[in-house]
Unconditional design. Sequence first.
Lengths: 107, 120
Amino acid sequence: DIVLTQSPATLSVTPGDRVSLSCRASQSISNYLHWYQQKSHESPRLLIKYASQSISGIPSRFSGSGSGTDFTLSINSVETEDFGMYFCQQSNSWPFTFGSGTKLEIK
Amino acid sequence: DVQLQESGPGLVKPSQSLSLTCTVTGYSITSDYAWNWIRQFPGNKLEWMGYISYSGSTSYNPSLKSRISITRDTSKNQFFLQLNSVTTEDTATYYCARKGSSLYYAMDYWGQGTSVTVSS
């Protein structure tokens, strides 16, 4: 199975900061990497697909980059509504796997 | 708009079977897409369990392959999860989600999730 390693596990930030979350794959997955946001007591929500493609209805401050094994989710000017968990997921091969998540919290 | 809603018992005894239903509204499960089950363990780890495609074919996570079955009722626009011989390690929140029918697609719609506890 492809292992996705997310870092850091926890990121403490102040509203207005620019942040970068990392996801590293154990083998190349091209751009078949997706990002999800999960707020407390809610289901995951798709933020970015295919590493860098935006999703309708998602604020433009969210962006993604990377290919192969190294990927980054960036949030330009974090807002209070952005705090929660962020997961990456690969769809390059079965079984689909998820990273362990990064918790974005208020400093 | 597409909506998915999980339902089923919140408590299952060890060694028994876990059975959940996902009811889909706003889209026919026979038109397109793959209809997935994903679970989230305490501590937030997510695990993809398997899917049933619009054509009725299935794909399962090999880690579960001997215990899992995903079926559907097209007349009710529902699909189902059965997980056999459960243990306390199957305690999790279970989500159903929609994914494009090709391998590479992301999961774009999720249900709200249903919590299942395995305990005697």
